[in-house]
Design a protein around this ligand. Sequence first.
Ligand code: PEP
Ligand code: MG
Length: 568
Amino acid sequence: MLKGIGVSKGYGIGRVVIATESDISYVSAENCDPAVERERFNKALEIFFDKNTKLAQKVTETVGEKEGEIITGHIVMMQDPYMRSEIEKSIDEGHCAEAAFEGVCNTFIDMFSSVDDEFTKQRAVDVKDIKTEILGILTGTETVDLSKLKKGTVVVAKELTPSMTACIDKDNVVGIITEIGSKTSHAAILARAMEIPAVLSVANATEELKSDEVVIVNGMTGEIIPNPTNEESALYLQKRLEYISEREALSRFVGLPTCTEDGIKVDLFGNIGTPEDAEKICEYDGEGIGLFRTEFLFMDRDSAPNENEQFEAYKKALLVMKGKQVIIRTLDIGGDKDIPYMGLKKEENPFLGFRAVRYCLKNTDLFCTQLRALIRASHYGNLSVMIPLVTGIEELREVKKLMKKIMQELDKEDIPYDKNIKVGVMIETPAAAIIADILAKEADFFSIGTNDLTGYTLAVDRGNANVAYLYSTFAPSVLRSIKNIIAEAKKAHIPVGMCGEAAADPMMIPLLISFGLDEFSVSATSILATRREISRWTKNKADEIAERIMSLDTEHHIVAELEKLTAN
Ligand code: PEP
Ligand code: MG
């Protein structure tokens, strides 16, 4: 078995076609006639523009607008006046068109590859793709054509460029395997949009796999099974059928409101870590963002993002969501989320230590930079601020005070912002749960963080295998806490959501409907399944289940009973 990164879900079984790269070598000539070389280059460009305009149109029609833009992006790159003038300069120095063009491309590739950011690195792949294509035209070499493959093909390549992927006929290709590539590469984005299972970053795939042999591509786990046994083939064909029928069943929920069977409307939001993830929430028809974990903007870098960088990130998420609510959580570091440059000291009990809002209120320069970026961004959509790990009302008051001060500064500077930004708290500590009535008087909304609430309520360290068996959101203590939090929010007439993993748990959903949860915030890929689960229940039926469950005295009994009561 081979292993890589599963970047496009699903199971594919088919025969291998190795897409070998074309040999586009040429003899580099000096002292060429610039007029002749310019003309050759311009002709090649014409062919490139013509082919890619048609390809972009085809991809837009058959895959989607956003995916078509990847190919349009190549056209735009080649229209870049700076790039064009650099190539012409080199031609004027006597280089042949191939050498002039390749030299300039290589400069761009080196420049983009050296930047430590996935997005910019992807630009290098785009330029490499353009380079291969135009050199192919200039040298008259046939480049790889993946548009005419047989049905049931698994394409195996060192690297799939966006233009190669875009040519793929999705009716004929059942899987993609490459040696290079990541979740964010354009090939991965296109594979996902075309719903072709894909596994990238499989070491030596083009050597390990042989042309025409049967192979299984597991886009879920990233596993590749060459020459499967009959049993393996039967198992994966079955999985494939189940996966496709589940996907079709879920696609019926796209565009529908999120309601119980008897018409009670709730909000179904998504959880994100970067502004780009917001696009995924829209793709899965999320109705807003219930949790933007901003700490991801601070990770994998050497210093904190400045105000403008943060402002752009928040603004981007808001613009993508086009006026739908976006709840952005202030920095939640510490505990299991260390950021080296923040200088967090080693602590005996990091989960009970200097983290989240506690850290922010003691590092007000850093915190106010974030708050100012958030408040400025609020002008561009429907932004709410959420505070993590609250244990007392003073924390909410202090944050509000800082926000008020920043708003006064912005007023003086004539910078626009939303004067009615909502400020809510995450209820994820037993302290907050117990004083939910107090917090509800001053918070604009609650969001229940069951991931932490479960751990803190049960005093279970999730990293400790000896006590992991105790970690369950279905423990009677945690369920009572959730019920109480929702009831207090209702009493105070403030909305209450849940952004912990439990919000997407089919066994939890009827309980949450019964308790009166207003908003479910789940990962992008759980949105449609959650909408379907919610639509299964009436309030009466959910109440019946909740009454029965809340009368039980152990987690074990609760789970066993819920398994029976929620079975399809
Ligand atoms: C939670 O604790 O439930 C939560 C959503 O926050 P995080 O998982 O980021 O700690
Ligand atoms: Mg948490």
